[in-house]
Design a protein around this ligand. Structure first.
Ligand code: SF4
Length: 323
């Protein structure tokens, strides 16, 4: 495997948050938000990262971009260790690795015009100035399906879908190689969701972008992901090629997520698996396999021994039942 094949390599990533309390505010526990997650993303490809809220997927996105400092592990971007980068290297990295947020309204400064919002990252990274920068803003607005006249307007004048397009234009302004898309369509109407997903796919093909696409369900990621990673309570439980994983899920939790994908035909037969109980707290994860308290297929060993995340043919799975 050539060194250049992977744009991003994440190895055994961990983020543990201390819980403070008691009379003197000392550490009384640890939230294991992300606990040993590994994956790679190739140039121009998409990894979909899915799991329920609180599984650590958004924290993983923040760690990849070093918007949060990791507790342990390694993130390599084009072979360079992101955790070891000094100020200037980190600045260059931030140009090449951008983020799109779930709530486009909260992430756009309401006091800035759309033109200024898109121009700001170009200013920060010394990309173009004066008329050239204005022209680039107009071009970016066109690329995301808006018009040059929108540059003079303010975020509150736009719909949710349009605001997400502005967020995408701002991310594209610095010509990134990787975009972390943190639930970019979850807050949008279903009809608008597919428009934004199609826009992201078109931009990927045109510009050769790689995406880490974070979502809580498989429905949003199934069409756009080359690979899919499934997370549960801070751990990666299954990772593999997207279509294969959807057609033949191996981990019981992945099977549950797949059973929740809506069927295109109203009469189609569907055996939805409903999980019992709530997601346990990452401050006090269950022993053995973290999924055992809700797993419909658990056996005796599951509560005692943690299953290894290991390769099974072309897939990686953490389950005692998968040999
Ligand atoms: Fe279920 Fe056991 Fe597999 Fe965990 S290891 S997913 S509890 S069968």
């Amino acid at each position: 495997m050539s060194k250049e094949e992977h744009l991003l390599t994440v190895r055994n990533l961990k983020k543990h948050f201390p819980i403070r309390g008691g009379l003197f505010g000392g550490q009384i526990g640890t939230v294991q938000a992300v606990d040993g997650v590994s994956f790679t993303i190739k140039h121009g490809q998409t990894l979909g990262l899915v799991g329920e809220s609180g599984c650590g997927k958004s924290t993983t996105g923040m760690l990849v971009l070093r918007l949060l400092e990791m507790t342990a592990g390694q993130v390599l971007f084009q072979g360079q260790d992101v955790g070891q980068m000094k100020k200037q290297e980190l600045r260059d990295f931030r140009r090449h690795a951008q983020i799109i947020f779930q709530d486009p309204y909260a992430s756009l400064n309401p006091r800035m015009s759309v033109g200024d919002i898109i121009a700001e990252p170009m200013m920060l990274h010394d990309i173009a100035s004066g008329i050239e920068r204005t022209k680039k803003v107009e071009d970016l607005l066109k690329v995301v399906g808006l018009g040059p006249h929108h540059a003079r307007r303010y975020p509150h004048e736009f719909s949710g879908g349009q605001r997400q397009r502005i967020g995408i234009a701002r991310a594209l302004a610095v010509q990134p190689k990787l975009i972390v898309c943190d639930e970019p369509v979850s807050a949008l109407d279903v009809s608008i969701q597919s428009q934004i997903l199609n826009l992201l796919v078109d931009l990927q093909q045109e510009l050769g972008l790689a995406y880490l696409f974070i979502a809580h369900g498989l429905n949003a990621v199934k069409h756009i992901s080359d690979e899919i990673g499934v997370m549960y309570l801070g751990k990666m439980v299954e990772l593999g090629e997207g279509d294969e994983l959807i057609l033949n899920p191996l981990h019981p939790y992945t099977k549950t997520l797949i059973s929740a994908i809506p069927q295109p035909h109203p009469g189609a037969k569907k055996n939805r698996i409903i999980l019992q109980g709530d997601v346990p707290s990452p401050a006090n994860p269950p022993s053995g396999c973290r999924f055992h308290t809700r797993c419909p297929e658990q056996i005796a060993i599951c509560s005692q021994e943690e299953p290894e995340f290991r390769q099974v043919q072309s897939r990686f799975v953490a389950c005692h039942l998968v040999k």
